[in-house]
Design a protein around this ligand. Sequence first.
Ligand SMILES: C[S@@+](CC[C@H](N)C(=O)[O-])C[C@H]1O[C@@H](n2cnc3c(N)ncnc32)[C@H](O)[C@@H]1O
Length: 191
Amino acid sequence: MDDTPYQRPAVLDAILTDAERLGFTMSCEDRTGSLLATLAASKPGGHVLELGTGVGAGAAWLLSGMSQDARLTTVEVAPDTQAVARRHLGHDPRVQFVTADADEWLTDYDGPPFDLAYVDCRPGKFRRLDELVAHLTRGALYAVDDLLPQATWPCDHEPRVDSFLKLFPEQPNLLATPLAWASGLVIAARL
Ligand SMILES: C[S@@+](CC[C@H](N)C(=O)[O-])C[C@H]1O[C@@H](n2cnc3c(N)ncnc32)[C@H](O)[C@@H]1O
């Protein structure tokens, strides 16, 4: 089975060229992006959240699957990094860029809940998972990646990932599936 994605957002190559120029190596891989697009397409009119915009690769995939009346909120702490995403995707009226620390954003957010959350930084993943889940609708999907060992991991990261993966069977409000595929994912539904 060839699991190369069937489709790819047109803007992605330009984003990844800028990422290379900046030395940004943390964009999601294409298979993960394709899955994100599929999950986004399953929530027509939905409110989608990404924590950790990076340079916008994940956002480009999410937008490529979203319906015209769906909305994406994407949060990033580093303005220079997020500026690349704003440049490539900012013309799309469906996306709202938030420049903020996701720890603080999770505490302060009091807007409508989300139907899909792609969490790609530590807040909402390795910490504050309960706060993230509290911002999800019933039936919302939660997606995280980079759970298989990555060359970019600091040496103290593997125990953090191991502890995170052990949380899910005990999590009363999430029904989760671990996927040892692509960079290693967990996909969960909010009960
Ligand atoms: C793995 S990269 C994101 C890649 C992007 N989601 C994609 O799929 O292409 C993680 C990003 O999270 C950002 N980040 C790290 N800590 C953060 C925090 N506390 N709040 C918001 N963003 C954070 C980093 O600056 C980095 O750009």
